[in-house]
Design a protein. Structure first.
Length: 405
């Protein structure tokens, strides 16, 4: 079993950042920890202890400052382009309402170091998320008044490397603007919905639980391939755009009633112009059989599959079929010898549930493992297999998608 090393994440004093430039959407760098100079860690516990202040500020309650938030431990293997931490609850003080209790209510921070600008000494311009979507909301409860803060992705953060060797740390300067805040309570609580901000600094430091002492941590430029990013706004992301994507599924199938078309290796390919929550993929099926003996061909015509990522922790979404020419369909044709005996047609459709995603691999080999068992697929069937239509077919595939070389 791999020995975990503990990395301290320390929240420092509140500081707003001047927005010199927007962060890159590609995750072009990673947190990398070194164990006494021996190289990146195999497994690490990232945790944190707060030492200074946080600031929440919003219409309706002005500002509320208080002790920073400790960050609970989470185990991570190897370098990571997205570091998820669970902040503890805290308190904050407001000149009008006094001391309030700040609760995260299931919301977490997800840190993305992003990319380094071309100009010098400015750190890595990235983001952090408050999420996942639907978490919380974060609440600040005073004796009578209450503020709620909704989750949000792509909040500006700058990541700077400090120190060297085992004393190396990463300082994060963050200023989250455009958060949605709602005040409620009796008269005098300024009830309503307002824009809010969250301001904080963090210092990421690494220590070892064994006898070897401190472990340095830094943000490094790494090729990060194809990844899923974001919590409240999950999306397909790549190290650079436009991105060409390929993947093979060792098995893929279509089941209609009691009959299944089972295919061998199925190739997928597509392009991603920018980070987003939808990915279009062409498919090429091979070695397809029904009942292990009836050869089947698959004609995609002008159609392709679509994958949507809609939620995180874990990532999941839906599948669909889209066609560039009206009336086109995906045709599964079953033969007995050279005779066509059955055709199953899948038309354009969306919202097919049953798709899961997982980030796999590191560096340039990073990719997305897709586990699709899409149910409720609409179809039309003809031939000696019987003429009928329905919406209870099942499509399966399990490709690992990566950037093409």
């Amino acid at each position: 079993m791999k020995r975990a090393r503990k990395l301290g994440l320390v929240a420092l004093a509140a500081l707003a950042i001047a927005a010199l430039a927007g962060p890159s959407s590609a995750q072009a760098s990673s947190f990398v920890s070194e164990f006494s100079g021996e190289g990146p860690e195999d497994s690490a516990l990232y945790s944190g202890t707060a030492t200074n202040n946080l600031v929440m500020e919003g219409g309706g309650f002005g500002w509320c400052s208080g002790p920073g938030q400790s960050l609970n431990a989470t185990e991570v293997e190897g370098p990571t382009a997205a570091l998820e931490m669970s902040p503890t609850n805290s308190t904050c003080w407001n000149s009008l309402y006094g001391t309030g209790t700040l609760k995260m209510n299931g919301c977490k921070f997800l840190f993305h170091p992003g990319s380094k600008p071309t100009f010098e000494n400015t750190g890595f311009w990235g983001t952090f998320d408050i999420g996942p979507a639907g978490c919380g909301p974060i609440t600040i409860q005073w004796s009578l008044c209450k503020a709620t803060i909704q989750p949000k992705s792509d909040l500006l953060a700058v990541y700077r490397n400090e120190g060297e060797g085992t004393e190396a740390t990463v300082k994060v300067e963050a200023f989250a603007q455009g958060l949605q805040s709602t005040m409620s309570g009796p008269a005098g609580c300024s009830s309503g919905t307002y824009s809010a901000s969250y301001t904080a600094n963090w210092e990421i430091a690494a220590t070892d639980e064994g006898e070897e002492g401190s472990v340095g941590v830094s943000v490094e430029d790494l090729q990060n391939g194809l990844r899923l990013a974001g919590i409240s706004d999950p999306r397909f992301d790549a190290e650079a755009f436009p991105a060409s994507i390929v993947g093979d599924s060792a098995a893929a199938s279509l089941t209609v009633g009691a009959s299944t078309v089972a295919c061998g290796t199925t190739g997928f390919a597509g392009d991603l112009a920018t980070a987003g929550n939808t990915l279009a993929l062409d498919a090429e099926y091979s070695n397809c059989l029904v009942a292990g003996k009836l050869p089947t061909t698959v004609e995609m015509n002008s159609c392709h599959y679509t994958l949507d990522v809609q939620s995180a922790a874990p990532y999941s979404g839906e599948m669909g079929i889209a066609c560039s020419k009206p009336g086109d369909q995906v045709n599964f044709k079953v033969f007995s010898g050279a005779t066509l005996i059955c055709t199953v047609k899948l038309g354009a459709q969306s919202g097919l549930e049953g798709v899961g995603y997982e980030n796999v691999g590191e560096g340039a080999e990073a990719g997305i493992a897709v586990d699709a068992e899409a149910t409720g697929v609409a179809y039309e069937q003809s031939g000696i297999c019987g003429a009928k239509s329905g919406s209870d077919a099942v499509l399966t595939a399990s490709p690992t998608l990566q950037l093409s070389e």
